[in-house]
Design a protein around this ligand. Structure first.
Ligand code: ATP
Ligand code: MG
Length: 602
């Protein structure tokens, strides 16, 4: 068997799972973000896939398989050819047709359903596939945690109404709990933003661990847990102010633009600064926006073409200097449109100043919208940009020096939660996590655009209501390793370990080999997956490899103990082994394996 374990840690492997998957010979890198699974890695993959498939089938979902190469026209119908940006890989075929390498499959499955479903009698239906997805990630890293090509289980449900969607969503939610429990993962479920998918509700299944790229925000009592993308915060209490704050005062701050630079120059702190960010909110001109006409077209002359990207709004966002704008909250406020930081030219036009000197005073008259974070309105006084190159202003009082209400002024929660924040009065805590799965209530976003309709009981035509449910198969393996490892190697949950038992004979003498073979056969007959290390190498080498591979149970057959009629059984998680007679070896092993399997039963 090809199990090329190595001692060296690959230079580009920053986290334990990535290092160990290479060192244990589970996989090898081909190019940035693409990996070959070697026999043991492939076995892990198959095990995860089996668990996922069994649970999906049990939940009444039906497996299908959709193409990875998809015509771009389908993506144009939903506007996601643009929304997915450069993450979506495209190519032109020999006939000049543009294709997409599937990053996901809402468009395709909806077009399938549009053709096959016509009556409420066919609903609800839940279709899923387990297939390769390709995303040209900006920064592939951490091995298979964020790769470019990966295996996803993606399911899509179609419903006559919201109530039916809610039911299936609950079934999928519970199914995900069973899947992750069976895979041996300690997961945390968090409220999530639907992001690119759209729709009205979403949860993520995350594995807490330091290398996770997601931040989970939660309360100690467990009453609230959300991805930071979504996490709400209570408004801050209004700061007390000295009775009289002097009028604003302009200060010369030559070439001092960043928050840090201003703070050290003016001897103030980020929390006492008002940060003003100018965004443009680009959109795609849809038929409905076309009717907005001139207003919409003010940045691109009078020409308005449906389907074309256009920047049509300038939006200023005010947050405290130590806070960050939350782009998901921003997108929601903008009705689903993604904002981008304005370019230098636009900032100059709007603020009359170089980048770094934008401020809130007089801004409401210069931009289409001003969005003010709650925390800014709670400030007694602050320092801000002066809308004049190389100048800031002190003694800026929100409400006195710039308006907190008005036709184009919105006061809301638009920042990321930070240490010290509360939600519903409870302190918020933070930890990193890996997103292994996500479920979404999509509503009619895709069905309405692709024309996926059905006739209801009254013969009326309606758009299908949809849900979608994704799981990253490869990420499950990597996160199980992130959560389960020690200085010697991987500690696999038994359900996804490449083998359940490893037999390590110490020597190749026939009396040893005979015992090994006997136990190997007995265990195989008992339905236990067994790896027999029959290499002619030193015992130390075998033990090191067995630990590195993380196989849960090890049976050691030594010359001396065989002479005494014994073998040794050891759990990967325990320091010591136990002596068992050769006759009882198989039974005892079955017992151990069964108890390990049992623990992962939902
Ligand atoms: P992320 O926020 O981590 O980029 P996503 O939210 O874009 O992921 P989904 O569209 O929800 O991902 O995809 C479903 C699942 O596919 C995710 O929960 C994750 O487990 C997996 N997945 C997504 N992107 C990758 C990737 N680049 N490499 C490995 N697995 C991935
Ligand atoms: Mg996701």
């Amino acid at each position: 068997m090809l199990i090329p374990t190595v001692k060296e840690v690959p230079a580009d492997a920053e986290i334990p799972s990535h290092q160990l998957m290479i060192r244990a010979g589970l996989m090898r890198k081909l190019a940035s973000g693409t990996y070959t699974y070697l026999p043991l890695g492939f076995r892990c993959l198959q095990k995860v896939i089996n668990i996922v498939r069994q649970e999906m089938n049990k939940a009444g979902a039906q497996e299908i398989l959709m193409p990875s190469v998809q015509p771009i026209e389908l993506w144009q119908q939903t506007g996601r050819d643009v929304a997915y940006g450069q993450t979506m890989a495209k190519f032109t075929d020999r006939h000049g047709r543009q294709n997409v390498l599937a990053p996901t499959a809402e468009e395709v499955v909806t077009s399938v359903a549009a053709n096959e479903i016509n009556s409420y009698k066919q609903l609800p239906i839940n279709l899923y596939q387990i297939s390769f997805k390709f995303r040209d990630e900006f920064r592939p890293r951490f091995g298979v945690l964020r790769s470019r090509e990966f295996i996803m289980k993606d399911a899509y449900s179609f419903h006559a109404d919201q109530k039916s969607l809610d039911e299936t969503y609950k079934v999928m939610y519970d199914t995900y709990c069973r899947i992750f429990k069976r895979c041996g993962l300690d997961y945390v479920i968090v409220e999530a933003e639907a992001g690119e998918m759209g729709g009205s509700g979403s949860h993520q299944f995350t594995i807490p661990c330091p290398s996770g790229e997601d931040i989970i925000v939660y309360t100690e009592d467990g009453s609230y847990a959300a991805n930071i993308e979504k996490a709400s915060v209570d408004p801050l209490p209004k700061e007390k102010s000295d009775a009289k704050i002097p009028p604003i005062q302009e200060v010369h701050t030559p070439n001092v633009g960043s928050i840090e630079a201003v703070c050290s120059f003016l001897k103030t702190q980020p929390k006492d600064m008002i940060k003003t960010l100018i965004y443009t909110v680009p959109g795609v001109i849809s038929e409905s926006k076309k009717s907005i006409g001139k207003e919409l077209a003010k940045h691109s002359g009078d020409k308005v073409t449906v389907g074309e990207p256009i920047a049509y709004q300038e939006v200023a966002v005010l947050v405290r200097g130590d806070h960050d704008v939350n782009s998901e909250k921003f997108t929601l406020i903008m009705g689903g449109e993604h904002a981008e930081l304005a370019d230098e030219q636009t900032i100059k036009e709007v603020t009359n100043a170089k980048v770094g000197f934008a401020g809130p005073i007089g801004l409401a008259d210069k931009v289409d919208k001003v969005i003010i974070d709650h925390a800014v309105t709670a400030m007694a006084v602050g320092v801000a940009g002066a809308n004049k190159t190389d100048y800031h202003v002190r003694n800026v009082v929100p409400g006195r020096d710039f308006p907190l209400e008005g036709q184009n002024v919105i006061v809301t929660d638009i920042r990321n939660a930070v240490e010290g924040d509360t939600y519903r009065g409870k302190k918020l805590l933070f930890k990193h996590g890996i997103e292994v799965g996500q479920v979404f209530k999509l509503g009619t976003k895709y069905s309405s655009k692709i024309g996926c309709k059905f006739l209801d009981e009254n013969g009326q035509e309606k758009n299908c209501t949809m849900g979608c449910y994704g799981i990253g198969i490869n990420r499950i393996i990597a996160s199980a390793i992130e959560a389960g490892n020690d200085k010697d190697g991987i500690i696999f949950p038994i359900s996804i370990a490449p083998f359940e038992v490893i037999i390590t004979p110490l020597g190749v003498e026939s009396e040893i080999t005979q015992v090994a073979e006997k136990i190997y056969e007995q265990l195989n007959r008992a339905g236990i997956e067994c790896l027999w290390d029959d290499r002619d190498v030193r015992g130390g080498v075998k033990f090191k490899d067995a630990d590195l591979l993380g196989i849960p149970v090890r049976i050691t057959i030594g010359k001396k103990s065989v002479a005494e009629g014994n073998i040794e059984i050891k759990l990967r998680t325990e320091p010591n082994s136990q002596k068992v007679s050769i006759e009882q070896a198989a039974d005892k092993t079955c017992e151990l394996v069964n108890s390990l399997r049992e623990k992962l039963n939902p």
